[in-house]
Design a binder for this molecule. Structure first.
Ligand SMILES: C[S@@+](CC[C@H](N)C(=O)[O-])C[C@H]1O[C@@H](n2cnc3c(N)ncnc32)[C@H](O)[C@@H]1O
Length: 275
């Protein structure tokens, strides 16, 4: 979404998108979680159970880390945003998740810390578009046990990119207050997904394939607006402008219905070698 100032480099990290402040609260409240069929599919595909270790990179506020903590022995939720991690940690009572501040460029260090072939599954949910896939997948190929895997998931497309009247209204009002919204799809489109699949194969992963877990969902105006806020830089607005923006969004959206087709894409690759 708007706000290129929110993209930066921090310390030794590569490219990161800094999610902070109100954006993070809205992320925790309004971003959809993953349905059990996605978690079940991945757990079955990679034999994730009570003795397993899972890394969720770009974990945000725990959309994948939380459900995997229920099936795996231990989960590392890793993210470069201090606010995202704090929110994720505060929102869970699970005792088997370690929250770690770090970006894709920190993954090689995990090999030194944890050892080669120490993980069963690495998940990357709606976040690979902020990372460098080639060096990341090479590092994960060493960290994962043979037969373990990587899952690159896309949990729907941004709410302001649908071809529906309510989605157009969202994008138009957002453009007025925050500048032209990002319509790139954030790594959800077929071209980006094909590139991710190719990068997995190039790093030596086998059995690379994408499966779909689509569904349709009805939303309230609060869901729709909250989802926009979970990606927008509201800090750019004064309190008065925020109130105006909110009122303009509600007026443009009207009473609905707000029915969304949610394309859920799960790209996986299996680690065939010992790295
Ligand atoms: C759109 S959120 C996705 C959160 C969650 N995985 C989900 O599925 O909803 C993207 C996350 O990627 C994180 N991120 C941004 N740049 C990153 C990088 N270079 N390495 C790892 N995570 C990154 C952000 O802090 C943010 O929490």
């Amino acid at each position: 979404m708007p706000g290129s100032a929110m993209i930066g480099r921090l310390g030794g990290m590569g490219k990161v998108r800094i999610f902070a402040g109100d954006t993070v609260d809205n992320y925790a409240k309004h971003r959809r979680g993953y349905r059990p069929d996605v978690i079940g599919h991945l757990a079955a595909a990679f034999g994730v159970g009570a003795g397993s270790r899972v890394l969720d990179l770009g974990c945000g506020t725990g959309q994948l880390a939380y459900p995997f903590a229920e099936v795996a022995g231990a989960v590392i939720g890793m993210d470069p945003s201090v606010d995202m991690l704090a929110q994720a940690r505060a929102g869970s009572t699970a005792s088997n998740i370690t929250w770690l501040l770090g970006a894709d460029t920190d993954v090689p260090t995990l090999e030194t810390l944890l050892g080669k072939e120490s993980l069963d599954l690495a998940t990357i949910g709606s976040a690979l578009h902020w990372m460098e896939p080639a060096p990341l997948f090479a590092a994960l190929a060493r960290l994962l046990r043979p037969g373990g895997g990587v899952a690159v998931t896309a949990n729907g497309i941004p709410m302001w990119t649908h071809d529906t009247p309510w989605s157009h209204a969202l994008a138009e009002v957002s453009a007025e207050y925050l500048g032209k919204p990002d319509l790139s799809g954030c790594g959800t489109d077929d071209t980006a997904r094909a590139g991710y699949a190719e990068a997995l194969r190039a790093a030596g992963f086998t059995d690379v394939k994408e499966e779909r877990f689509d569904y349709t969902e009805a939303h309230t105006p609060d869901d729709v607006i909250g989802s926009l806020y979970s990606a927008a830089n509201l800090d750019a607005l004064t309190d008065e402008q925020r109130a105006d923006f909110d009122a303009a969004l509600r007026a443009a959206l009207g009473g609905g219905p707000f029915v969304e087709d949610v394309p859920v894409k799960v790209l996986t690759g299996r680690c065939a070698t010992s790295g």
